[in-house]
Design a protein around this ligand. Structure first.
Ligand SMILES: Nc1ncnc2c1ncn2[C@@H]1O[C@H](COP(=O)(O)OP(=O)(O)OP(=O)(O)O)[C@@H](O)[C@H]1O
Ligand SMILES: [Mg+2]
Length: 228
């Protein structure tokens, strides 16, 4: 039977070992996200938001707890499986855009197609994706020649290229003004609704919280749902 949830995190704790100091960053966090659901995580700097997002992103393993993406339970010892999940199921938008400096916008997207050719997923079209996101003028540009907002939107286009079930965005509006920040979150929302994706966004930006279905606050390692 297919899992009702796209992301299932149960009793997640994360401890960073810092010399002989233990830093308990996440304490017994459980949360489920369904396809078509867009949630936001807010919290002060250093509260563990990026750490939290890296766990469903299959970039970091929790110290305790279970992570299920679609029907697959992640296991930190199965590195190949983690890579496959990352490549096929997850679209990660990083806190800074992480574009490759020596590729144009179109080439950044084409790279994802090339990496995914083997797994038989129907390839998205890089040109169409850029067009969809209003980035045609950037197709042949290198990141150094793009504005902050353009770079962030290309990073989002890239995260959508593998047609992921789960979109994870770490402060996608951080480098943008209010209007452009909102456009970026609206792009994610559109994708969530149109293609029934599950999305988790970490943000400091209170002005975009009306666009999500639920807001959670991370404080002192604990995650609590807040009233919007
Ligand atoms: N790789 C690591 N090793 C050890 N400690 C880490 C590591 N990454 C983060 N930390 C610590 O864990 C805590 C949470 O960091 P994290 O980056 O998850 O916070 P954040 O909420 O994303 O902050 P910001 O809003 O500034 O991006 C911080 O105290 C940080 O110093
Ligand atoms: Mg962070």
């Amino acid at each position: 039977m297919k899992n009702e949830y796209a992301v299932q995190l149960s009793n997640i704790s994360k401890i960073y070992q810092d010399g002989d100091q233990e830093n308990l960053v996440l304490k017994d966090i459980s949360i489920n996200v369904k396809p078509g659901e867009f949630i936001a995580i807010v919290g002060p700097s250093g509260s563990g938001k990026s750490t939290f997002l890296s766990i469903p992103g299959a970039l970091l393993s929790p110290t305790e707890g279970t992570v299920i993406i679609g029907d697959t339970k992640l296991n930190k010892n199965e590195r190949k499986k983690l890579t496959k999940i990352r490549r096929e199921k997850i679209g990660f938008i990083f806190q800074s855009h992480h574009l490759l400096p020596y590729l144009t916008a179109e080439e950044q997207l084409q790279l994802i197609i090339d990496l995914n050719k083997k797994n038989g997923k129907p390839a998205m079209n890089a040109k169409e994706m850029l067009e969809d996101l209003g980035l045609t003028a950037c197709a042949k540009k290198y990141p150094a020649k793009m504005s902050g907002g353009e770079k962030q939107r290309v990073a989002i286009a890239r995260a959508f290229m593998n047609n992921p079930d789960v979109i994870l965005a770490d402060e996608p509006t951080a480098s943008l003004d209010g209007i452009r920040g909102r456009q970026v979150v609206e792009m994610i929302k559109k994708e969530v609704i149109k293609h029934k994706k599950a999305a988790i966004m970490v943000t400091h930006d209170e002005r975009v919280l009306d666009l999500v279905d639920a807001v959670y606050r991370l404080d002192n390692g604990e995650l609590k749902r807040t009233v919007k």
